[in-house]
Design a protein around this ligand. Sequence first.
Ligand code: DX5
Ligand code: ZN
Length: 217
Amino acid sequence: MLKIAPSILSADFACLGSEIDEIKNAGADYVHFDVMDGAFVPNISVGIPVLKSIRKSTDMFIDVHLMIERPVRYVKQFCSAGADLVNFHVEADSRENIMEAISIAKSMGKKTGITLKPATGVQEALPFLKDVDMVLVMTVEPGFGGQSFMRQQLPKIEQLRKMIDELNPRCELEVDGGVDEDTAALCKKAGADVLVAGSAVFGKADRAAAIKAIREA
Ligand code: DX5
Ligand code: ZN
């Protein structure tokens, strides 16, 4: 069954704890935690102290999406703060340093993922594919919630599905950006395992209905 990971970027930060309880009760699988540094992407969101607070208030699986430059500098802190899985953008540093970040997270008992921006080709995932638990495909330019789904990313999702099935079948394929009950069907057909949805979940009054609609798209 398709997993749903609501992105807290579209939640009400004044009551984040209850927002997360609500998506848990509504059947969400993961909490998607978007970290932005104002350098790798043109926006700033939340970081380590907020992750720590959330970790204390929920037992949900937290999928941390690091949209920061040279994430190897902060991987330890995000792991200690309570991430269950840390996603690193392949564009954020050299191959060696991304590899190093992955091995630090693993040594701390965490799951790991690599993320591709829309302009990044599938071959950039190859060097990491056997070592990670997730590949995340961006279907918007990272930085902001509420953007439109880029349909031209669908062939990339299909290609990655094939690569994952061949090289590391336990790895999950996640899609992030512009996912709603309409575009979810396209992602599912292309082979996604996990769908991130920000505005399509937190923007709706009935979160359970929103999650169900995306899952059953
Ligand atoms: C964008 C973030 C996404 C974003 C998704 O940079 O990585 O997780 O919050 O938001 P929606 O679902 O509204 O496109
Ligand atoms: Zn994200």
